[in-house]
Design a protein around this ligand. Structure first.
Ligand code: NAG
Ligand code: NAG
Length: 445
């Protein structure tokens, strides 16, 4: 009894000490009524939050960094309307103020309380529920930590917007580009160099934001001069991704994609509403309040098409066909002008590598591209995130160091079994092991 009470006191003290307000209840996230008076990337409000990030093991020590600031800024949604979005600036100890990385996490959720501006903060998971599969932290925290471990300043956006629209590539692109604008304007007040080198990195859902950002940058943010973008595990074609994952271990993602797109596109939302089987409507939305692991678990092995009265053929209607052929297909807006590093596992079970081969090939037909394409033969989606990250980190380090590109023009494809050992690879791998341990156990970056 005594022990139990002691534990309860300890647990509730922990909750009090960590009282954080989730975005859905936090007025800091409120979009101002005069949002259209703001320019894309213009600051609406800023705040400093505790310099502690949440490790994977929520009851462990926090990850201490130098300083964390958050920005609410104006961006543009998928339909061209001005909206607000939030981003988090993280500065590691002993940082190099000449380098800024826009790192986009794969938070893959339709619940705003899964946004990284909240889930990265120490205390967020103890404020909700922290145990698998209800874990809220972005699964790729270890890569973000690896980038911090390089001494880079990080800006990471809630690129799905204030109401969390997963898979809305156009919004994600705008929110990512505008987060860099706000960081370049505001972070020099905290010591960032006035003209730092900057680049983009994202895997899977994060690559969705970064790839679309690279495509839209020349038209939406032509003044930005990125050193490059590293994207891995991308889903270039959402139609084929849904067909691939349906009824398998990742079929939960199909529900998340459809629900996210419906939030972003009202005509598709109306189409979904009209076409869902009434009796299983609630079940279709059952994962919607969970973060990534919970919602994937909710839909595991399900046949997403059985929730639609006409099944898979319904998706041949004009509304879904047009949406999936444009916003659901990378490469349909433009060819990225910034240098790119693309990595993809040949055994990827979420999006077939053939789709990425085709996307890269279509880009390589253009004159001005510079793409290094890294194909990993023996890796699937989750293992590519890990095995591909060392080379991606190394490529980003070269860009942020200002080193010349291996191929300033054109495309180079390398196919490796698992990892490619280059000069200094071991150093980057060792640094990643260290930052992964810190992400699990807490510590200092
Ligand atoms: C928006 O309205 C607020 C409150 O009235 C005001 O302080 C702010 O300057 C306005 N912003 C712009 C860009 O006009
Ligand atoms: C995307 O995938 C679908 C389904 O496999 C296919 O019909 C379509 O042609 C693909 N789109 C492109 C541009 O490759």
């Amino acid at each position: 009894m005594f022990l139990r009470n002691l534990w309860l006191v300890g647990a509730s003290w922990g909750l009090l000490a960590a009282a954080l307000t989730p975005p859905s209840q936090d007025s800091w996230y409120d979009q101002p009524a005069n949002i259209s008076a703001y320019q894309p990337g213009q600051l609406i409000r800023a705040r400093q939050v505790a310099n502690q990030l949440e490790p994977y093991v929520a009851l462990g020590m926090p990850i201490e960094v130098e300083v964390v600031h958050q920005y609410l800024y104006r961006t543009t949604d998928s339909l061209g309307k001005p909206v607000a979005a939030a981003a988090t600036l993280i500065v590691p100890h002993n940082s190099d103020p000449s380098k800024l990385l826009a790192y986009e996490t794969f938070y893959d959720a339709n619940n705003p309380d899964c946004s990284p501006s909240y889930t990265l903060r120490h205390g967020s998971s103890t404020a909700s529920h922290s145990l698998l599969p209800q874990m809220t932290q972005p699964l790729d925290l270890a890569f973000l930590a690896a980038a911090l471990n390089q001494g880079w300043w990080i800006i990471t956006a809630d690129y799905e917007g204030l109401d969390a629209q997963f898979a809305a590539g156009i919004l994600a692109a705008h929110a990512t580009l505008d987060s860099v604008r706000v960081a370049l304007a505001e972070a020099p007040k905290l010591g960032l160099a006035p003209s730092p080198r900057y680049a983009l990195w994202g895997y899977s859902g994060g690559a969705l934001a970064v790839e679309w950002a690279a495509e839209l940058q020349p038209s939406y943010a032509p003044e930005l001069r990125f050193e490059g973008a590293a994207i891995g595990g991308l889903l270039p074609n959402l139609t084929s991704a849904i067909d691939t994952i349906n009824m398998g271990p990742f079929s939960g993602a199909a529900f998340v994609i459809l629900i996210g797109l419906a939030k972003a596109y009202p005509d598709f939302d109306a189409w979904v509403s009209q076409n869902l089987v009434e009796a299983s409507r609630d079940q279709f939305y059952r994962g919607v309040d969970s973060c990534v692991l919970g919602e994937f678990t909710a839909g595991v092995l399900s046949d997403v098409f059985r929730f639609f009265s006409r099944g898979r053929p319904a998706f041949l209607d004009s509304i879904p066909t047009e949406l999936f052929g444009s916003a659901g297909q990378m490469g349909t807006v433009a060819t990225p002008k910034m240098p790119m590093y693309v990595y993809k596992g040949a055994l990827d079970e979420i999006s077939p590598i053939a789709d990425t081969d085709a996307l890269v090939e279509s880009y390589c037909a253009a004159e001005e591209v510079s793409i290094e394409y890294h194909r990993i033969l023996l890796a699937e989606h989750m293992s590519t995130a890990v095995f591909g990250s060392t080379s991606a980190l190394q490529w980003l380090a070269d860009r942020l160091d200002g080193k010349p590109l291996v191929n300033p023009r054109g495309c180079v494809t390398t196919t490796v079994a698992l990892v490619e050992l280059k000069k200094d690879s071991l150093m980057f791998a060792a640094s990643e092991v260290w930052s992964t341990l810190t992400s699990v156990l807490g510590g200092s970056l």
